[in-house]
Design a protein around this ligand. Structure first.
Ligand code: ATP
Ligand code: MG
Ligand code: FE
Length: 346
């Protein structure tokens, strides 16, 4: 069965087609620009943008795959976590399609999607592996012994801001355009990462090795920006130093988790996995430690429909029970190990 995946948890409307672990085609539309002047996603605006974009994006994904509506064998859709208004648009569209086509519907956890995105590029996840999820809303380390058998340990999370949130908030302080992550990544290219000595939160000998904290880094960056009030702010230096601090903490802890659990594969997923310095430093440190690094290509790191189709495809192949047509959204679906295992009805 060819699975159509639909994603609408935030400001990206995504559609993707997957069969047997293979990506056939995809399309993404974003309402990002409409939120720029507000400095963050406005749920009402995002929801309306999904209403407009959903059908065209599904058509575009089908065209990309050179397929027609009749080729869709199942529909998978993000049911959470995310913004309730935007999730409802995607779920309603997915239900309508599944019902009209007479094919099964599967509810998918958004973060399971981020993890599964990598399988489209690099094949099934090896057992065991350590997964670092770094996105706009999450910064989590997972020890995956066997995804298919629910053998997943949640090693740690952030105490406050997610890494992506830190990028976005500091970019705002630096006067960089929204969304902040890509803007900092670009600005950092011309900067000196050693120009500012930003802290490395939660890396002390008494700190939990797998717990993160990024709000202090945000404050440190704001303070640094304040001190430069009188002259033009060397934004590229600030961006490079912030990016270095975030990449350092993320990769240090992820590689340490592999070492402590004798795991040979690290998988880094989520929007922040698109960051050039995070990718480069992870590669460098994994190579030094003899660990295989897996990171999806940047377009599969940020929100997209292909990753949701990838989970749907796993569900179909596992013979999972489809979701009933009265399935609802779960905006605050928790990140527990079960959430990463393909679930038919969250
Ligand atoms: P979640 O997946 O936790 O629900 P989300 O879906 O909003 O949150 P993603 O789409 O996975 O998050 O990622 C978006 C985040 O990734 C934003 O914070 C954005 O700034 C960040 N991001 C995207 N590209 C880059 C980059 N090149 N460098 C740093 N951060 C980036
Ligand atoms: Mg987004
Ligand atoms: Fe996401």
């Amino acid at each position: 069965r060819i699975v159509l995946g639909i994603e609408s948890s935030c400001d990206e409307t995504g559609a993707g087609l997957v069969v047997g672990g293979r990506l056939l085609g995809q399309a993404v539309a974003s309402s990002m620009d409409e939120h720029a002047r507000f400095g963050g996603v406005v749920p009402e605006i995002a929801a309306r943008a999904h209403v407009q974009a959903l059908a065209p994006v599904v058509r575009q994904a089908l065209a990309d795959a050179e397929l027609g509506m009749g080729d869709i064998g199942a529909v998978a859709v993000t049911t959470g976590p995310g913004l309730s208004g935007t999730l409802q648009v995607g779920l309603s569209g997915a239900k309508a399609l599944a019902y009209a086509l007479g094919v099964p519907l599967y509810g998918v956890h958004h973060l399971a999607g981020h993890v599964a995105a990598d399988t489209l590029e690099h094949g099934p996840l090896p057992n065991p592996c350590v997964v670092l999820i770094v996105s706009g809303g999450h910064t989590s380390l997972l020890l995956v012994r066997d995804l298919a058998r629910d053998a997943v340990t949640h090693l740690g999370d952030t105490l406050d801001d997610a890494a992506g949130e830190c990028f976005d908030k500091v970019a705002r302080v630096f006067g960089l355009p929204y969304p902040g992550g890509p803007a900092i990544d670009r600005a950092a290219r011309e900067g000196n990462p050693r120009a500012v000595a930003f802290p490395r939160p939660m890396t002390g000998p008494r700190d939990d090795p797998y717990t993160f904290s990024f709000s202090g880094l945000k404050t440190a960056a704001a303070r640094w920006a304040e001190r430069h009030q009188s002259r033009p702010l060397p934004v590229s230096d600030g961006a490079a130093a912030l990016q270095e601090a975030i990449a350092d903490v993320l990769t240090r802890k992820a590689v340490a988790a592999c070492g402590a659990h004798e795991v040979r594969t690290l998988v880094v997923v989520g929007g922040v996995a698109a960051n050039s310095r995070v990718r480069a430093l992870a590669e460098e440190r994994c190579r030094a430690a003899g660990i295989t690094l897996r990171v999806p290509p940047p377009r599969l790191c940020t929100d997209n429909g292909a990753m949701i189709a990838a989970v749907g495809d796993l569900l179909v192949r596992a013979g999972a029970e489809p979701a009933p047509l009265d399935v609802s959204i779960d905006p605050s679906a928790p990140l527990e190990y079960a959430a990463l295992h393909p679930v038919a009805t969250p």
